[in-house]
Design a binder for this molecule. Structure first.
Ligand code: HEC
Ligand code: HEC
Ligand code: HEC
Ligand code: HEC
Ligand code: HEC
Ligand code: HEC
Length: 400
């Protein structure tokens, strides 16, 4: 399947679990909430892979004091496209390039002059945000590794419970079938029990319970909570989004603009891995696969983890950009996962449960069209507006 230009193998569904642990899971995974991070901090996550501020040289020079040693206009040009400045014959740029073994710095055409200026302020400030803005780093640092291990245990317990439960369902179903067969056999052939109503009651009860089992199994078929396929490259979100603080949307850059969050094209990996060629855990083996893909001109065949049925319409931009729902609320603490696991069951009940309780910011100009709703709110008929008040329960909103 090709989604948004990226190749996804759509896996065969193997796990049709019952879903009831999701509530506890939601509680567990949302115990941490992020406050909004400043834009400069976010933009600096790109630089962090190669630069420190006062922590010594990485791939590129330590940026401490850079705002004093170079002039602003030069820095803006250099950060947006260093190779252009070097090629123009600028002596300082050439000197820096040579001092750094001629490792090119990737261009940043996405950053406007204003954004670079903010970045420079952030660097000048020693990598700290202005007062009053809580850093994402501080919050992540506060959450211990213990959490992670604990969550792995809980996760395992739940998975086992689910398997067990599926087994109970199967056993119940078989017992019901056997009871029906025995009753029918006695009713028609052996006739040991004389009162026919006994047969009928047993058959009816069996049919009702058996029917329910089939119904429950069928509605869970196709769901794959806790699905965690093995990916073609050992790509760790814990290393990238956690330890290296790379922003989710640096890679999933269509999450706030389109239906799909998208998987980054291999080119995005190269932005850094042209320089970073070995990992602490897997050495050169896994990173080399990026170059294999590039050299053979093949996209990396990532396996899609989260899959909604085709009849459901889900839009990332609507939730991320307008609804301001954190990735974490739907995907769990991805920055702590080496391998992505689906933590929610993505059932209809799950979507609607949030829509019923989630308040919307009615001041958003996006909601101007809901004039009746505005009137009800200002007259006090309605205390707060939830997603349901703008139609979040309408079948046609979520179904094609
Ligand atoms: C893939 C690694 C890499 C990334 C990512 C990166 N840089 Fe660089 N940077 C370098 C290297 C290497 C140099 C040395 C100059 C050269 O070789 O072109 C450098 C040089 C610089 C310089 C000049 C330093 C001096 O002493 O004059 C500045 C300023 C700078 N980078 C800022 C940034 C900013 C801001 C970002 C993020 C938007 C960033 N860099 C992202 C590798 C990187
Ligand atoms: C350096 C790039 C990069 C960053 C940063 C990154 N991701 Fe990813 N993400 C990927 C790649 C590559 C995949 C596909 C492989 C996989 O599933 O692990 C992926 C897969 C995912 C998936 C599973 C998609 C599916 O198949 O259903 C989710 C969910 C996700 N990322 C969320 C996040 C969140 C949330 C963050 C920020 C905390 C984040 N990502 C940061 C590159 C990145
Ligand atoms: C309201 C819940 C919700 C939020 C918030 C959310 N996602 Fe998703 N995400 C989903 C669902 C549901 C799917 C499965 C979509 C499908 O199969 O069509 C999905 C799929 C994905 C995928 C697989 C590729 C794709 O686009 O279908 C990635 C990657 C991803 N999400 C990343 C993110 C990132 C990064 C964020 C935050 C910027 C985020 N998501 C926010 C619910 C959410
Ligand atoms: C913004 C920079 C950046 C981007 C983009 C990026 N990486 Fe990385 N990656 C790193 C850094 C930094 C490391 C850490 C090396 C270390 O210390 O282990 C790393 C490590 C790795 C490792 C080795 C992990 C280990 O410890 O063994 C793999 C594999 C990897 N990245 C794959 C990818 C893939 C695939 C993509 C594209 C989807 C990608 N990376 C995009 C910066 C990046
Ligand atoms: C964690 C909370 C949350 C979850 C889970 C969630 N949503 Fe939403 N959803 C929102 C918010 C907030 C909005 C309001 C954004 C807006 O106004 O467009 C919204 C809006 C929508 C809308 C537009 C409603 C309208 O009337 O304009 C659709 C469609 C939608 N969601 C589909 C889904 C589907 C499908 C799922 C499950 C796969 C889902 N949502 C799960 C929070 C959530
Ligand atoms: C907020 C989004 C949302 C709304 C509103 C919604 N649905 Fe669904 N619906 C879903 C999702 C997501 C699934 C997929 C569930 C799954 O895979 O288990 C689904 C599945 C279904 C199914 C398939 C059976 C099943 O449980 O998988 C039917 C039938 C259905 N919906 C009917 C309706 C009807 C009728 C309405 C209006 C009363 C409605 N839906 C409103 C999101 C929604």
């Amino acid at each position: 399947m090709i989604v948004n230009g990226f190749v996804f193998k759509n896996p065969l569904n193997t796990k049709g679990f019952l879903s009831f642990g999701s509530l506890l899971f939601l509680l567990f995974f949302t115990s941490l909430t992020y406050s909004q991070t400043a834009e400069a901090e976010k933009n600096f996550t790109i630089c962090k892979a190669c630069h420190t501020i006062g922590g010594g040289k990485l791939v590129g020079p330590d940026l401490k004091g850079v705002t004093e040693r170079r002039d602003e206009a030069w820095l803006i040009k250099f950060i947006q496209n260093s190779q252009e400045v070097i090629n123009s014959g600028d002596p300082i740029a050439i000197q820096v390039f040579e001092e750094n073994n001629k490792v090119p710095m990737p261009p940043n055409p996405q950053l406007s002059d204003e954004q670079v200026k903010e970045l420079l302020l952030y660097i000048k400030n020693g990598g700290k945000l202005p007062d009053g803005v809580v850093s994402k780093e501080a919050i992540t640092a506060a959450s211990t590794e213990d959490d992670l291990e604990h969550s792995a245990e809980v996760e395992e317990a739940f998975t086992e419970m689910k398997y067990d439960d599926a087994r109970h369902l199967q056993t119940t179903f078989i017992v019901m079938i056997v009871l029906i067969v025995i009753s029918l056999f006695d009713l028609l052939v052996t006739k040991i029990v004389q009162q026919k109503w006994i047969h009928i009651v047993i058959i009816l009860i069996s049919l009702i319970i058996g029917g329910e089992v089939v119904f429950v199994s069928a509605t869970n078929l196709g769901r794959q909570q806790f699905y965690q396929p093995e990916q073609p490259i050992w790509f760790s979100h814990k290393i990238h989004a956690g330890q290296n603080q790379i922003d989710c949307q640096y890679c999933h850059f269509t999450a706030d603009k389109s239906l799909h969050a998208g998987i980054p094209p291999t080119q995005v990996c190269l932005n850094c891995h042209n320089q970073v060629k070995t990992g602490k855990i897997t050495g050169e083996v896994e990173i080399a696969k990026i170059f294999e893909a590039v050299n053979s001109n093949q996209p990396i065949e990532w396996i899609k983890v989260h899959n909604l049925p085709d009849h459901v319409y889900f839009n990332h931009a609507q939730h991320v950009a307008i609804g301001k729902v954190d990735c974490e609320e739907c995907h769990g603490q991805v920055e702590k996962m080496d391998e992505i696991i689906q933590v929610e069951d993505l059932s209809m009940g799950w979507c609607i449960k949030c829509h019923r309780t989630r308040e919307i910011n009615i001041e958003n100009k996006f909601y101007d069209q809901y004039t009746a709703l505005h009137e009800k709110l200002s007259s006090g008929d309605l205390k707060r507006a939830t997603v349901v008040d703008i139609g979040g329960e309408g079948c046609q909103k979520c179904h094609y």
